[in-house]
Design a protein around this ligand. Structure first.
Ligand SMILES: NC(=O)c1ccc[n+]([C@@H]2O[C@H](COP(=O)([O-])OP(=O)(O)OC[C@H]3O[C@@H](n4cnc5c(N)ncnc54)[C@H](OP(=O)(O)O)[C@@H]3O)[C@@H](O)[C@H]2O)c1
Length: 239
């Protein structure tokens, strides 16, 4: 399988963090510290994409996903010929997800990205419109296969809504194109509190490098827009 970024969706990671770089407190509860401005910003970004990807840890923390609610944004999607709601893609290696979660009652299209073992758990269920199976020979999630399947299924632009474990995996694979990070005015601290990128981390010498595209300040929050510098060149953000 050839690993070509043009065969994958363009990806935008969108996260809110404390001024000390934490995306949740040490109890790993849902992050509710962003302002209404940040919620609007997130909704605007979500309104631009074809699909939204998030990890099972994020679903466990929030119970629901971010959907487009503002009439103006829904109109905009309709005019652009997009589905009214982006496809909400839950990523879980083993598919151990609570079927009673309010997420399954939200009026959104739902897909599951998982391995063969995870897929087996949901075969008799109608909770997901589609189950995308992408597995390496060692039973891990195969991100390149997953992203190539997403693109073939019509997802040109994908928002990644966390958490840190998912973002770390995608960054390590070179599959993140850009970040929107909102810096919020609080300090969470604590070595157990998650950050935008979990996992083993990167060494300085080989760490992914960013280019600052845009900075917005709105009341007490700073919105940072970065692109990830890819060794294979620059990929245009879809309109
Ligand atoms: N501030 C913000 O904007 C923001 C946004 C989102 C989340 N958060 C916070 O982030 C925390 C959750 O993040 P997290 O890092 O713990 O979890 P996460 O990345 O949301 O989810 C981790 C789970 O997703 C699946 N997964 C992710 N990467 C995988 C990979 N490479 N291979 C296989 N499966 C993979 C696995 O599911 P299975 O275990 O089911 O196999 C894994 O346990 C919560 O505290 C939440 O509040 C904050």
């Amino acid at each position: 399988m050839k690993k070509r970024l043009e065969d994958c969706p363009f990806t935008t990671v969108i996260l809110a963090m404390s001024a000390d770089g934490k995306i949740a407190d040490s109890s790993r509860s849902a992050a509710r510290f962003g302002s209404l401005n940040d919620k609007n910003h997130l909704e605007q970004q979500v309104a631009r994409v074809d699909g939204v990807l998030f990890g099972a840890g994020t679903l466990r923390a929030y119970g629901t996903t971010m959907r487009v609610m503002q009439p103006g944004l829904l109109d905009q999607r309709q005019q652009q010929g997009k589905l009214l709601q982006p496809i909400q893609i839950l990523c879980s290696q083993f598919g151990e997800v609570d079927r009673q979660s309010p997420f399954f009652r939200q009026p959104v299209p739902r897909w599951l990205l998982t391995t063969a073992a995870g897929s087996d758990r949901w075969q008799l269920e109608t909770a997901f419109e589609r189950i995308v199976v992408a597995e390496t020979t060692t039973g891990e999630l195969d991100w390149w296969s997953a992203f190539q399947q997403f693109k073939q299924l019509g997802i040109g632009h994908l928002a990644i809504l966390g958490g840190g474990e998912l973002v770390a995996s995608l960054l390590a694979e070179g599959l993140v194109n850009e970040f929107w990070l909102t810096v919020c005015p609080l300090i969470l601290g604590g070595s157990d509190a998650p950050t935008p990128v979990e996992g083993a981390g990167f060494l300085q010498a080989t760490a992914p490098r960013l280019e600052l595209l845009e900075v917005k300040t709105l009341e007490q929050e700073v919105f940072l827009h970065y692109r990830v510098i890819q060794s294979g060149g620059f990929i245009e953000r879809p309109n």
